[in-house]
Design a protein around this ligand. Structure first.
Ligand code: MD3
Ligand code: FE
Length: 207
């Protein structure tokens, strides 16, 4: 484990290859029940380059008219989100030690060209709770800034099996995904995604 910044803990290859494969299969089942879709930006309606879905009681959604928010149902199917696989709840407990379970797990899928611009996560009510991020598949160049947009940032790779815990003073830092990196060994089962694709799971307390 290395503390990238106060409250930001990086655990390289926290998940061994067998656990990554098992988790990827569970996420493939989530995606089968709750299809990946493209969110649009508030006001402009511009599509995001990342495809997403969710599991858990609440899911993060965005559209032109109503902006960023958490909803109990899939915006396309109208169905409740699939349950969070128990493995994710166990990882949350193990890595965050936070006494309450996450309500939301956002599944972000990045193909070779997808990116996520620098932003803060501020759509949650309980900003004292940590965030847990788990990466599967291709590597990316991740960027962690400060609490103001112009603050200096550090960039480092996130790889398959890595965990990142954002807590306390790191919770409101700007962050983004600069780009997906060519990756030789990206163990994602073809049921979830093709080679060269990155999947990120972001577990949060929302309400
Ligand atoms: C640092 N996702 O969905 S997860 C997002 O890789 C999001 O898909 C990225 O940012 C991804 O909002 C990054 C890692 C992460 C999540 C939340 C953070 C890093 C963070 C909150 C504060 C600081
Ligand atoms: Fe974020």
């Amino acid at each position: 484990m290395s503390e990238i910044a106060p409250g930001a803990f990086h655990y390289p290859v926290y998940l061994d290859p067998a656990t990554q494969a098992a988790l990827a299969e569970e996420i493939a089942e989530v995606v089968a029940a709750a299809p990946l879709y493209v969110s649009t930006m508030p006001k402009t309606g511009a599509p995001m380059s990342v495809r997403m879905t969710n599991c858990g009681a609440l899911g993060w959604v965005s559209d032109k008219e109503r902006g960023y928010r958490y909803e109990a149902r899939h915006p396309m199917t109208g169905e409740p989100w699939p349950a969070m696989p128990p493995r994710l709840l166990e990882l949350w407990n193990e890595l965050t030690r936070y006494p309450k379970p996450p309500e939301a797990c956002l599944v972000n899928l990045y193909d070779g060209e997808a990116r996520m611009g620098l932003h803060q996560d501020k759509d949650e009510v309980d900003l004292a709770a940590p965030i847990l991020s788990l990466s599967l598949g291709a590597d990316c160049r991740f960027r962690l800034g400060g609490t103001r947009r112009g603050d200096p940032a550090v960039a480092f790779p996130l790889s398959s099996g890595d965990a990142l815990v954002l807590s306390g003073p790191a919770r409101m830092r700007y962050h983004g995904v600069d780009r997906i990196l060519p990756t030789v060994n990206a163990p994602l089962p073809p049921t979830l995604a093709a080679r060269g694709v990155r999947v990120n799971l972001t577990l949060r307390r929302v309400a």
